[in-house]
Design a protein around this ligand. Structure first.
Ligand SMILES: Nc1nc2c(ncn2[C@@H]2O[C@H](COP(=O)(O)OP(=O)(O)OP(=O)(O)O)[C@@H](O)[C@H]2O)c(=O)[nH]1
Ligand SMILES: [Mg+2]
Length: 456
């Protein structure tokens, strides 16, 4: 018999209301003891009732207790949820009473782990619960919700089931190996593998964007010293995050912070101005600028409109293009300090192809245009509605699955013996099973659920 677990599910500390949960076979019996004046067994399942918690004739609190009968509960077991007043004393007292009557304090994520073990969620869905609790912006929240609905694992699971069938036919062939029969249709197998591989590769590809959404789409602000990069960072973040000074070479180390635009998190990275420098520290800083450019999805390349000639800008962009693979990144050229000019220098009018944004970071002129570019990026990359992968574990499992499928495909095309083919299929099935949770080990489960909050 599984023991009955309990935990405080709301954050530690004082609040208006706290929620405590108990789950397991004894949950109803134990709860009944907490409410001697309530006919607990007669509360209908999936109903809430106002009740008094009483310990040795002393009223501890007036609470709302909700009864969830198995299997219609979060964990799939009998569950009781108590919404009590949020005093620390009351929370502790009720926990003590639960433990004295036979509950065990839950481990982090143990409720969700039970939900998984009882088949209420598959593993990626359970992991999505942790992501949902962690989500800090609208877009990460959307991702977690779509994963919670089982968006990607359902499809993979279906494909796995078809592969299981073919695999059993292969195994059957092994039993009849003397007779050289083919039960498993090789064409069907390769069609299935192609479909599976397609699905897997799409997900692998989506990890780049999915992961970036979670940590913030990286935007590097780069350019020569003193053009106003740090001023722009501060203006976007609306706080004095980086030091600004008229001395060229002020920013040495990269400075970064996140900012939410229309529900999507961006991570802005202010960098050291790029120039030839004999100063060791500055050179290290410039090295980091290049690292930031490499990481970035968007590069805001900034120039000082009062100083730079368009031919220099063009040369500089060409150089960046050569050194870095800019084709994969969005480049936005920003000419700063327009407040110092009465009118734009004549030559800028001939540079439409560079698509320059003219701003004043210091006077906060045209900053909206910079944000519009970032919004455009979100639209162009359709980061809103695609199924995106955000979880490291899923990503690394998918890479394993990809190579396992590759091996089977290779084996098929070089017509390797059935026993070797069957072995490769077994490996692929195992890997897919680890992804969806059909195959699990204690270590894997501990790893996943250990990262949860207590009470979830
Ligand atoms: N007039 C004017 N001055 C600006 C503008 N933006 C920045 N500055 C000034 O330009 C100088 C340099 O600004 P920073 O933001 O420190 O420039 P930076 O590009 O970060 O410089 P480094 O860190 O040295 O590479 C400061 O004196 C700012 O006040 C602007 O839009 N207009
Ligand atoms: Mg700076």
């Amino acid at each position: 018999m599984k023991d009955t677990i309990c935990a405080i599910s709301t954050p530690a500390g004082i609040g208006a209301i706290s929620v405590l949960r108990a789950s397991g076979e004894q949950a109803f019996a134990i709860a009944a003891e907490l409410f001697p004046k309530t006919d607990f067994p007669r509360i209908p399942p999936q109903h809430a009732q106002f009740a008094q918690i009483i310990d040795h004739d002393q009223v501890i609190d007036q609470v709302v207790v909700t009864k969830f009968a198995a299997p219609r509960s979060y964990t799939g077991e009998d569950m009781v949820e108590i919404s009590c007043h949020g005093s620390i004393f009351i929370q502790r007292k009720i926990m003590e009473m639960l433990v004295e009557r036979g509950c065990r304090m839950a481990q982090p994520g143990e409720f969700t782990q039970r939900a998984f073990l009882n088949g209420k969620l598959d593993l990626p869905q359970a992991e999505a619960v942790a992501d949902l609790i962690d989500s800090q912006s609208e877009s990460t929240h959307k991702l977690a919700i779509s994963q919670l609905k089982g968006s990607f694992s359902k499809k993979i699971h279906l494909l796995r089931e078809q592969l299981v069938q073919l695999s059993s036919l292969l195994e059957l062939e092994l039993d009849f190996s003397e007779e050289e029969v083919e039960f498993a249709n090789r064409e069907e197998l390769s069609r299935l593998l192609a479909e599976l591989r397609d699905e897997v590769e799409q997900l692998i590809h989506s990890f780049k964007i999915g992961n970036v959404l979670k940590t913030g789409i990286p935007v590097a602000i780069v350019g020569q010293p003193n053009v106003g990069k740090s001023t722009l960072l501060n203006a976007i973040l609306q706080q004095d995050r980086a030091i600004v000074s008229p001395i060229p070479g002020t920013t040495r180390d990269t400075v970064e912070d996140t900012f939410n635009i229309d529900g999507t998190l961006f991570r802005f990275i202010d960098t050291a101005g790029i120039r030839q420098s004999d100063d060791t520290l500055e050179s290290i800083g410039i090295e980091r600028t290049y690292q930031a450019i490499n990481q970035a999805a968007i590069i805001l390349y900034m120039v000082d409109v009062t100083l730079s000639k368009p031919e220099d800008i063009r040369a500089e962009i060409a150089r960046l293009n050569e050194e870095l693979n800019l084709s994969e990144k969005q480049l936005v050229v920003i000419a700063n300090k327009i407040d110092e000019l009465e009118a734009l220098p004549e030559h800028y009018h001939n540079w439409h192809d560079l698509d320059i944004l003219f701003i004043s970071a210091k006077r906060k002129v045209n900053l909206g245009e910079v944000e519009d570019r970032l919004r455009l990026f979100i639209q162009q990359h359709k980061v809103q509605d695609a199924t995106l992968l955000t979880n490291e574990r899923h990503y690394s499992m998918l890479l394993d699955i990809q190579s396992a499928i590759g091996r089977i495909q290779q084996g098929l095309s070089s017509q390797i013996p059935t026993d070797l083919l069957a072995e490769d299929v077994r490996v692929a099935l195992h890997d897919i099973g680890c992804l969806t949770g059909t195959v699990t080990t204690d270590e894997l489960l501990d790893n996943i659920f250990g990262k949860f909050c207590i009470g979830k």
